[in-house]
Design a protein around this ligand. Structure first.
Ligand SMILES: Nc1ncnc2c1ncn2[C@@H]1O[C@H](COP(=O)(O)OP(=O)(O)O)[C@@H](O)[C@H]1O
Ligand SMILES: O=P(O)(O)OC[C@H]1O[C@](O)(COP(=O)(O)O)[C@@H](O)[C@@H]1O
Ligand SMILES: [Mg+2]
Length: 497
């Protein structure tokens, strides 16, 4: 095992360029910990499963497309129950906290953490922290029992409340220590996971036997490594209702335009997938893809052309799109309590600009309806597939925690549940790659211009190549000495083959 700079990441290497980005364990800093047989061994419901416990060597590759002579690459520890656990059920005092913006499925995750602890591991002391990180030191706690959480998955939001800001490391860890909490389940996005990493480090520094585990939450799907975030599927589905409404309105008017704003602060995944799913959208704007209004090849020219061709059109715009354009007309920069930039209303700005453009054209009268369903989408309960996803994420997390792992986030990688070090989750945000096939599919389904000239396309491709090289370069800097793998640079291997 070697230290790879990030305090919460342990790197192990193997033959043929195999790299395990492992997660910390309580035994890394507390010697001679006692273990106990996993209580699930005696659970009749699981007795029929042939091999229920995860082999401790099981890992999941980060990349599934590989070359014949390429290195095996980065892997993450496979999630699931272990033969032995590091907590006696009656010794466990767990807590759950939800932080950041709302997302469909939060209540399902809370419910399933509580139920997994109670029903799988016989734990009966679980606390809910009220109102996000600051709830650790400024609010009362909520006792969580299977009865209390029984129906909560049918409701949107979080029964625990949430907040931005208020991450006071010392006060939070003091509260954990004073209350005798030894399992901390933290549900939240990139900001929350950064906060969880800080809490883990402080707990380790104090040498407390308490594990910290994260469950990634973001409606924007902007968390790296994982296949998708819970609630994303629900959000895309719910967005269809708004797009349908916009389409009905637009179709019913002469030169009708429906503008729908969807969430997506820095990543336009909801807009992209909702557009692809709907087939009614003529223009999709996302933060990753720049656009311009005026002149040849501009947005206004396209809108005019589309109206002439089709008589109506639907525009989907992610809230983070075109912020640099909106800022030109309103340059004040404000931030929320967590330090996230507060966005200007691009939907309103776009609608005003389209209206102003056509107001100048006497021969072309338009009817524009602007729909902003963003908070309505975020507030719905999770759909069936997200409910199952939330359940598995929660159970995986509980298994890892009971097995003594700490400083990790539970995440789905290529359909397999894994434990990912905090540092990997927060390093690089997940963004739509506009030089990838998926974005090309959007352009082809809407027929919209890409707003990019050949020179800009090359620029974007170069940036993307550099990003990939940077990621792979980080991996290649991990020493593979002591293995059969000859090449010291993974990048060289790619170019050799
Ligand atoms: N770099 C950081 N270090 C510690 N705590 C952070 C950090 N960034 C955000 N947080 C805390 O995490 C919580 C949620 O962050 P926020 O950005 O609002 O939402 P999300 O987790 O959904 O991205 C807030 O309480 C915030 O104070
Ligand atoms: O909840 P707020 O403070 O209004 O913020 C809205 C923001 O929250 C989000 O829904 C999700 O953001 P987080 O995942 O960072 O919490 C964004 O899409 C949106 O920009
Ligand atoms: Mg965030």
């Amino acid at each position: 095992m070697e230290d790879h700079g990030h305090p919460s990441t342990k790197i192990e290497t193997g033959d043929f360029g195999y790299i395990l980005e492992d997660i910390p364990h309580l035994s890394d800093y507390i010697p001679n910990l006692k273990t106990y047989p996993n209580p699930m061994r005696f659970n009749p419901a699981y007795s029929v499963v042939k091999q229920y416990f995860i082999d401790c060597d099981d890992t999941v590759p980060e990349k599934v497309v590989v070359q014949k002579n390429g290195p095996r690459g980065t892997h993450f520890r496979r999630a699931g129950p272990r033969q032995n656990v590091y907590f006696k059920p009656d010794e466990v005092h767990a807590c759950v906290v939800t932080c950041g913006g709302l997302c469909p499925g939060l209540n399902t995750v809370i419910r399933e953490i509580v139920c997994a602890l109670y029903h799988m591991y016989g734990v009966s002391r679980v606390l809910g922290i009220d109102g996000g990180y600051r709830g650790f030191y400024s609010k009362n706690t909520i006792t969580l029992t299977p009865k209390f959480v029984n129906d909560i998955h049918k409701r949107g939001g979080t029964v625990l409340g949430s907040s931005r800001g208020g991450h006071d490391k010392l006060k939070i860890v003091d509260s954990i220590q004073d209350r005798g909490i030894n399992q901390v389940y933290i549900i939240g996005g990139d900001g929350t996971q950064k906060g969880a990493a800080v809490i883990y480090e402080e707990i380790k520094r104090r040498g407390i036997k308490a594990v910290v585990a994260g469950i990634p939450k973001t409606i924007d799907n902007d968390i790296a490594v994982i296949d998708r975030s819970f609630g994303f599927d629900t959000a895309v589905e719910e967005a269809q209702r708004a797009i349908n409404a916009a389409h009905v309105e637009a179709e019913s008017a002469e030169n009708g335009i429906g503008v729908v704003k969807l969430m997506g602060r820095y990543s336009g995944f909801i807009a992209m997938y909702a557009t692809l799913a709907s087939r009614d959208v003529d223009l999709c704007l996302i933060p990753e893809s720049p656009f311009y209004l005026e002149g040849r090849g501009g947005l206004l020219e396209y809108v005019e052309r589309r109206l002439k061709e089709n008589g109506h059109m639907v525009i989907v715009v992610a809230e983070g799109a075109g912020q640099e354009l909106v800022a030109q007309s309103n340059s004040s920069i404000a931030k929320d309590a967590s330090g996230n930039k507060l966005l200007k209303d691009v939907g309103m700005w776009l609608s005003d600009n389209i209206k102003a453009h056509f107001a100048k054209k006497k021969h072309m009268h338009i009817t524009l309806k602007y729909i902003d369903p963003t908070y309505m989408i975020r507030a719905v309960p999770s759909n069936a597939s997200d409910n199952i996803y939330c359940t598995l994420l929660a159970q995986s997390c509980v298994h890892g925690v009971m097995a003594g792992f700490t400083g990790f986030t539970s995440g789905l990688v290529h359909g397999r549940h894994t434990y990912i070090p905090f540092s990997r989750i927060v390093d690089h945000p997940n963004k739509v790659v506009i030089t990838d096939r998926m974005w090309a599919r959007v352009l082809s389904s809407t027929n919209q211009p890409s707003f990019l000239g050949p020179k800009e396309v090359l620029e974007f491709q170069k940036v993307e190549e550099q990003r990939i090289q940077l990621l792979e370069g980080e991996n290649s800097s991990i020493s593979t000495s002591g293995t059969n793998f000859e090449c010291t640079s993974l990048l060289r291997c790619f170019s050799c083959s």
